[in-house]
Design a binder for this molecule. Structure first.
Ligand code: 26W
Length: 823
């Protein structure tokens, strides 16, 4: 059906070509003779936008006329990547564009490479938000993504002498063709100052916040094109500016230069994305970022609501649901309360009832260092009125909800309180989010279980229906159709061409898993993708890899819980085995990493250095005859993932059980026919259920076993002394074998695994991991068996379509109806 839909944009190659050339002239102000590749890219985007912008307008108009209920997805991160290929896929003009550019003597892929990634996110959480807005538009749901228009996205990573260097990312330095500025929807946001308590004639108390500063929020809209381009929703990102209004006095007092200093401060708010993934920094600027975009977005929502309903608040919760992407936007809760109570002069109970029907919260991590807490002192300085409101929410909650459920139980009260008592009082954003939301979800079955049992058990007792699960998903448009065109074409031939919106149809491929002809074509495509990746590897690192080797890929943020160090130790052990026995039976292997470390995360950076040092040594050791190669690809990002994922034979998903909430890279890799080597963690468990135990390689401790082992007192030295190979590999870190002339340069890694207690039980899982790799080796050497596994992986990943995740949210949380947009 969708392939028919795509025919609505019947544009000929000739017309598309003329349109690109037209834009080269009238939009870019250049011509065919002197245009740079960047100008051609810009002109191509402008041509696509002739369709896209038209559909944005139509969609917005229809939503307004039909007064639809909508979800508002609040997120500090949207990791969108590139748009050109994706938008062409959505409007069904990929082939037309390719031919048009060819006729202009341009290479389509080269032009696409001109586009900088829009990297306004760190990793999993930000990329999930991007997949979700894609699915919402594809399914025709009224939705808007709200976030920050960072001037600098996630830093670009360079590797120098094996170490990570960070450089600023300037994704829109010279403009971005996909965004539209909307100065007509600017908002003004207060900050700092003090609260005045007033009493009216009736003796009623009224609070008035006198802010110390006003910041302007300027919205930029990015069209989010659903597949088939019927619905084009928007992502609305706020940029901070100094408010001229507020600076008027300063100007008049002759403080022109001082005013410029204030401008710089205001514009700092949306300057840069915080590069921490899973660790909380507690910085004032970060709290201001959170408040700034939440306050802008809530004002925007209310403005739109009032346009349709005036001052009648009774329909507000019918029209508006706000999804909090982790606790990062949780300050939206006291902000909505402030608007309702202080501004709309609503009774507290009525305002609170609205809040409790508007907010829902997704938890993405259990790591204690990632759970957000703000010091009361900082909160009071930046948002004095919000702190008062939080105290009020808290005291009512403790009295009206906790006391009846747990009478006279101070211990439970202490635990559930939004305020953590201690030498520095803290505001717990997780507790606030649970208390104010009508639904709270984890992101994979096991994670949601742990949210109930370990993170919020008492909340689950109080509200047994509040905590729930929505397993993550990924968009098959970007993560199969557009990144792996050869496999997509094969699937369309064997299945149907509407699989990008009915991913369950991939099941049909199961029928061909043992068909030797199909196996051959499927594996030939994998091989061709590996040839392409080998070229990328050569150009980025100058390392030569053999595309017939097994490509084993671990791509994700560098974090000790994700255990890249386990992968590294095993690689070193393989190297040692090959040195000890040149005939060691193993297929040729290439281990490929992509990972950024948070700039302040010391151990993560040491691990990157170690991987690169081991790579240097292994790749240049003639004794092992190229049987083993190690590659660290610099600057891992969405566009690089799109080249790596189609070329993977093995997908490394080796976090300590209980630590990875879901993972989504695991889904993308399996969907593209990679076999997972993984722990029973996050969505790996559900991937194994779908693919079948025979088609994934599971190893390591379970969540229960991890708990038991920790309770019994885990001692990494036991594993060190008990395993000769493990001991030898760890001792290698003390030598200069990988860092000639600099013995002990990698010793901190050994120390973290022994002296500092091996927080993530790396050594406990080593033997099991090594065995799992031996199994992989055996399976890979049996070509038909391997092909069968790879095919079944692709065939069974339908569940992990983000359309399914969104449908779960819609059914269980958001209660939306799709909105038909006329042609
Ligand atoms: C406050 C610092 C900070 C920054 C980011 C804390 C926490 C985060 C994120 C919640 C970390 C994150 O991206 N979590 C990942 O979310 C994915 C989408 O649900 C999951 O698939 C990953 O397992 C989870 O680590």
């Amino acid at each position: 059906a969708v392939s028919d839909d795509l025919k609505q944009f019947e544009v000929t190659t000739e017309e598309f070509k003329d349109c690109v050339v037209k834009h080269l002239h009238v939009t870019l102000g250049t011509d065919e003779n002197k245009a740079s590749k960047k100008a051609w890219w810009n002109a191509t985007c402008a041509a696509v936008n002739e369709i896209v912008f038209e559909r944005v307008t139509k969609t917005q108009k229809t939503h307004y006329q039909k007064d639809t209920r909508a979800v508002h997805y609040f997120s500090l991160e949207f990791l969108m990547g590139r748009f050109l290929k994706n938008n062409l896929t959505s409007v069904g003009l990929t082939d037309i564009a390719k031919q048009a550019l060819e006729q202009l003597d341009l290479d389509f892929n080269e032009i696409c490479e001109e586009e900088p990634d829009m990297a306004l996110g760190n990793g999993g959480l930000g990329r999930l938000a991007a997949c979700f807005v894609d699915s919402l538009a594809t399914l025709g749901y009224p939705a808007i993504g709200y976030g920050i228009h960072y001037e600098h996205g996630l830093f670009t990573q360079e590797i120098q002498h094996g170490r990570q260097l960070e450089r600023p990312d300037s994704w829109r330095e010279y403009g971005n063709p996909w965004e539209i500025c909307r100065p007509e929807s600017i908002q003004e946001i207060p900050l700092y100052g003090y609260v005045e308590t007033k009493y009216d004639e009736g003796g009623h108390i009224h609070k008035e916040w006198h802010p110390g500063r006003i910041i302007k929020g300027v919205p930029w809209d990015i069209p989010v094109v659903g597949y088939g381009a019927k619905t084009v929703n928007i992502l609305r990102l706020w940029e901070s500016r100094a408010s001229d209004f507020f600076n008027w006095d300063v100007f008049n007092a002759g403080g022109y230069l001082d005013a410029q200093v204030e401008n710089v401060q205001a514009e700092t708010i949306s300057k840069v994305l915080y590069p921490n993934d899973n660790t909380e920094a507690g910085k004032e600027l970060r709290l201001i970022q959170q408040y700034f975009f939440c306050a802008c977005s809530i004002k925007d929502i209310i403005r739109r609501y009032k346009r349709a309903h005036g001052n009648d608040w009774s329909k507000f919760t019918d029209q508006v649901v706000i999804q909090l992407n982790d606790t990062h936007p949780a300050v939206a809760i006291p902000e909505l309360m402030r608007i309702l109570v202080d501004r709309a002069e609503m009774h507290w109970d009525d305002a609170w009832a609205i809040c409790q029907n508007v907010f829902a919260y997704t938890n993405h991590t259990l790591l204690p260092e990632a759970l957000e807490k703000w010091s009361v002192r900082l909160f009071e300085k930046v948002l004095p009125r919000h702190l008062e409101i939080i105290y009020e929410i808290n005291s009512r909650f403790l009295e009206d909800v906790v006391e009846p459920a747990f009478p006279d139980n101070d211990e439970v009260k202490r635990k559930l309180s939004i305020i953590e008592e201690g030498h520095e009082k803290m505001v717990r954003m997780g507790n606030l989010s649970v208390i104010a939301s009508f639904k709270v979800n984890g992101v994979a079955e096991i994670h949601s279980q742990l949210v109930k049992s370990d993170l919020f058990p008492e909340f689950n007792q109080i509200w047994p229906d509040k905590l729930t699960n929505v397993t993550n998903g990924v968009t098959p448009r970007r993560w199969l159709k557009s990144c792996n065109p050869a496999l997509s074409k094969l699937i369309s031939e064997y299945v149907d061409d509407d699989w990008p919106v009915h991913l369950d149809k991939l099941q049909k491929l199961n029928d061909f898993a043992d068909d030797s002809k199909f196996q051959k074509v499927f594996m030939q495509i994998k091989h061709d993708n590996k040839v392409e990746l080998a070229k990328v590897i050569k150009s980025l690192t100058n390392i030569e890899v053999d595309p017939t080797a097994l490509f084993d890929i671990q791509i994700k943020r560098l974090h000790e819980y994700k255990r890249q160090q386990l992968n590294l130790i095993h690689i070193m052990a393989l190297y040692r085995r090959l040195l000890q026995n040149p005939d060691y039976d193993m297929p040729k292997r290439v281990f490929i990493f992509g990972a950024k470390a948070a700039p302040g995360y010391y151990m993560a950076k040491e691990i990157i250095y170690a991987i690169n040092k081991v790579a240097d040594r292994v790749n240049n050791d003639a004794r092992i005859k190229d049987k083993l190669k190690v590659v660290f690809l610099p600057n891992y990002r969405v566009s690089l993932a799109e080249k790596m994922i189609p070329a993977a034979d093995v997908s490394e998903q080796i976090s300590l059980a209980g630590k990875e909430a879901s993972g989504t890279g695991n889904m993308k890799l399996a969907l593209n026919g990679a076999v997972t080597i993984g722990t029973l963690d996050g969505a790996n468990i559900e991937i194994a259920e779908e693919a079948g135990e025979d088609n994934v390689v599971i190893f390591g401790l379970t969540v229960e076993e991890v708990k038991a082992k920790k309770a019994a007192g885990y001692n990494p030295w036991d594993y060190y002394y008990a395993n000769e190979e493990l001991k030898a590999v760890l001792d290698w870190f003390d030598t200069d074998y990988f860092t000639p002339g600099k013995p002990g340069e990698l010793a901190e890694i050994k120390r973290s695994l022994l002296d500092y207690g091996d927080t993530y039980l790396t050594l406990a899982d080593y033997a099991s991991y090594s065995d799992a790799h031996k199994k992989i080796d055996r399976l890979y050497q049996d070509k038909p068996t391997w092909a069968r596994m790879a095919i079944i992986n692709t065939a069974t990943m339908g569940k992990f379509n983000s359309d399914r995740s969104i449908q779960d949210y819609v059914n269980n949380i958001w209660k939306l109806t799709p909105c038909f947009i006329e042609e």
